[in-house]
Design a protein around this ligand. Structure first.
Ligand code: NAD
Length: 355
């Protein structure tokens, strides 16, 4: 069966990896629906944008009338919903956009999908899926324990970002249970890899180090995250949207618990290997590490039990933290044009007239 996937947020970090995966590794089509906020970058899908199986629609998921039109025109067989405001620090400084896009936007998309789903003949209804992509941050903080998040862990979000994502997860479950919309949900750990926006920890550290700038680490740097290479996440998402059981939730993780400070140390070690000639005044990249005031409400530990997706759908990550990080650092070294256009703002000029 060839699918038509209406994918939201396909100009973002993970969404663009899923778009590239679908076009390169499957026979399916993708309709990339993205508002192109500061985080949206069409350069990230340039490799596949000429494919006849790829289309782009610049639409805000808060605009219900536009969403209805998209369903009518494209008649998708599946929705993969990744569009979101995703940066925790921004959610602390200004939660409003997070409430709008992550909660109201998800509500709009559910309503548009439901209205469309109800018009489908029974056979197409049974094949239809609404896949909501979420985060392990909805489960809150595991500080002081050695337990893992399972699909049954209670929700206890800490930040405006994770609270808005938790809200959206609840809405999706309610639309499945109350209206029978065939949904699946995934909750994933921290992603890293190519095309990651430079404000996020790993690219921020790589680019600052290359420029001889300080490497700011929150608090004591002992916050633990489970890290997953983004292309592994893309393959997991495709497995869930095609094989997942309606109404189920799947946790996705990389089996890579690392303290933030250890992540930064590893980046410095890789840069010592790949770029031994350092900027003026820098003897060791690690000397650039500076500890800064911790983020308010900062969760200390997240850790994922990803055994369900392994046992039930046969998915496991293919990259270790070491192999994925090597690929990532090399990608930033070899793709300066991509991140230079983000840093100088020219990537966003594509927003105009690019439907
Ligand atoms: P991102 O910030 O890189 O990309 C988000 C994309 O959504 C951007 O292209 C942006 O333009 C688009 N967007 C934002 N608001 C929109 C709106 N109102 N209408 C249409 N498009 C809009 O995010 P990401 O890191 O790729 O994350 C994608 C999804 O995965 C999010 O739902 C996030 O919560 C989830 N997630 C992320 C991680 C992670 O480590 N990055 C981990 C687990 C889950």
């Amino acid at each position: 069966m060839k699918r038509r996937v209406l994918l939201t947020g396909g100009a973002g970090f993970i969404g663009s990896a899923v778009v590239r995966y679908i076009i390169k590794d499957t026979q399916d089509s993708v309709i990339n629906v993205d508002k192109l906020t500061y985080a949206g970058n069409l350069d990230s899908v340039i490799d596949v944008s000429e494919s006849e199986r790829y289309q782009f629609e610049q639409v805000d998921i808060c605009d219900r009338a536009e969403l209805d039109k998209l369903f009518e025109i494209h008649r998708p067989t599946a929705v993969m919903h990744l569009a979101a405001e995703s940066h925790v620090d921004r959610s602390i400084d200004g939660p409003s956009e997070f409430i709008q896009t992550n909660i109201i936007g998800t509500y709009n998309l559910l309503e548009a999908a439901k209205a469309y789903y109800l018009t489908l003949p029974p056979q197409e209804q049974s094949a239809f899926r609404f896949h909501h992509i979420s985060t392990d941050e909805v489960y809150g903080d595991l500080e002081g324990t050695d337990t893992l998040f399972t699909e049954d862990t209670s929700y206890a979000p800490s930040s405006p970002y994770s609270a808005s994502k938790a809200s959206s997860d609840h809405l999706v479950r309610a639309w499945q249970r109350t209206y029978g919309l065939p949904t699946v949900i995934t909750n994933c750990s921290n992603n890293y890899g190519p095309y990651h926006f430079p404000e996020k920890l790993i690219p921020h550290m790589i680019l600052n180090a290359l420029d001889g700038k300080a490497l700011p680490v929150y608090g004591d740097g002992q916050q633990i995250r489970d890290w997953l290479y983004v292309e592994d996440h893309a393959s997991a998402l495709y497995q869930v949207v095609t094989q997942g059981v309606v109404g189920e939730t799947y946790n996705i993780g990389g089996h890579n618990e690392k303290a933030n400070l250890d992540v930064v140390h590893y980046i410095c070690e890789l840069l010592e290997e790949f770029v031994p000639s350092k900027p003026d005044g820098v003897t060791n990249y690690k000397d650039l590490i500076t500890f800064v005031k911790d983020r308010p409400g900062h969760d200390v530990r997240y850790a994922i039990d990803a055994s369900k997706i392994d046992n039930e759908l046969g998915w496991t990550p293919s990259e270790t933290f070491e192999s994925g990080m090597r690929k990532t650092v090399l990608w930033y070294l070899e793709n300066q044009a991509w991140w230079q256009r983000v840093l100088d703002g020219s990537y966003s000029l594509k927003r105009i007239g690019n439907k």
